[in-house]
Design a protein around this ligand. Sequence first.
Ligand code: F6R
Length: 242
Amino acid sequence: MIVKIVENYLELSRLAASMVTKEINNCKSLVLGLATGSTPEGMYAELVKQFKAGNLDFKNVITFNLDEYVSLKPEHPQSYYYYMKRHLFDHVNISQENINIPTGCSNDLYKECYEYEMKISKAGGIGLQILGIGANGHIGFNEPAEALSVNTHLVKLADKTIEANSRFFKSPDQVPREAVTMGMGTIMHAEKIVLLASGTGKSEAIKQTLSGRLTTAVPASLLQLHRNVTVIVDREAAALII
Ligand code: F6R
């Protein structure tokens, strides 16, 4: 794992965006795995800036998002579909048919999970996967558990995740209790992974992720088995590793 410690959130966002830009510009076509949440917002803003400056072309980019809440329709302001439109897709030249986000509203979520996994496979797998990390060490919505799932699956959100994500909703009861998420295998099969973490709230999770020990109690710790992971952390998130 390569660990890059940067001064602050702005630097983290710029560095992450420059890595994505480089990958898009160096590949004929790229399958890009995307995350939502607060952490990558700055990276998306920077990517939009690069696109507007003419440095970036999304024509040959296919995206797959990590996860989506169960029960939120795409037009719900807290759905990850809505988030992606607001932060990236509405501002760049990506074509609609190249955008993939799991549906949390299907009548058959098991089928949805299977089909999502197949679609990633047919696209040739993820080339570059962007990840955030939960304070509890989750990646995607692979929550700490005795056993983790390999493929895209339906998951019950951890109480800590519901509590953390309640900041985006009017009240904690409005946070969906379940989500569809790529599995640990889906993520681990990505050719390259960039994990972003900002703020003191993530420092313990980052320490555990880089600890040299693997445990399903910290799903991100499994990334230590991957050959091409770059962890970009700001000083606050790096507080317990420096
Ligand atoms: C979101 C996702 C989650 C978030 C994590 C951190 O698509 O997969 O793993 O990356 O919950 O969220 P923030 O960035 O809001 O702290």
